[in-house]
Design a protein around this ligand. Structure first.
Ligand code: RP5
Length: 190
């Protein structure tokens, strides 16, 4: 139930886990219908060596992410609890995706979890104005519609400011992508 999930977030926030046992990146989305689009964020984080954290009693080593469906409009108290407990639960960055015209999960989470950075993913083109249209004093970082892979990279960029090893992994991934482009280009001329 919603109240079980709120209890879980509050219990984890109070648990005082060591930093290496807490989730680093939270991926939330407004509906399970967003899963296909938001899978790109999981892919980017996985490509960078992150592991999905599902069992809070037995966390994997290294960087982790967690994934939840949280709706700004259908479960506003859950959104509030997730964002309110994010810092105490050890999250460093949140990726939030929503679709439709009222794509308010990213922007509301950005305000509620501030100063934890939120990377917003407009799940559809029509969600872009809602995700990025924030007033002065209420920042959000966002990617283009559907570009959740970039949101995963952006989340890792925030963490990499403090971790040269992760910065190297980002560089390696960029280098591999460059070589992929060069290979395609070379094939066109072969
Ligand atoms: C938004 O409404 C969700 O993020 C989703 O993209 C959209 C439609 O949700 P469903 O009606 O498919 O659950 O809040």
């Amino acid at each position: 139930t919603v109240s079980d999930l709120i209890d879980l977030f509050e219990t984890e926030a109070a648990a005082d886990h060591p930093p290496d046992e807490t989730p680093d990146v939270g991926v939330i989305m407004g509906s399970d219908s967003d899963l296909d689009v938001m899978a790109g964020a999981h892919d980017a984080l996985t490509d960078l060596g992150f592991t999905e954290l599902t069992d809070y009693d037995d966390p994997p080593t290294g960087y982790t992410f967690e994934s939840w469906v949280v709706s700004a409009h259908r479960t506003p108290t859950l959104m509030d609890a997730y964002a309110r407990t994010a810092a105490a639960r050890g999250l460093d960055v949140i990726i939030a995706g929503a679709g439709g015209k009222s794509a308010d999960l990213p922007n509301m989470t950005a305000s509620l979890a501030y100063p934890i950075p939120v990377v917003g993913v407009p799940v559809q083109e029509k969600s872009v104005p809602s995700v990025i249209g924030m007033p002065t004093g209420a920042p959000i970082t966002a990617v283009d519609a559907g570009k959740s892979y970039n949101a995963g990279l952006a989340a890792a960029q925030f963490l990499a400011t403090d971790d040269p090893t992760l910065a190297d992994r980002l560089r390696d991934l960029q280098a591999a992508r460059q070589e992929g482009v060069a290979d395609v280009s070379a094939r066109l001329h072969s």
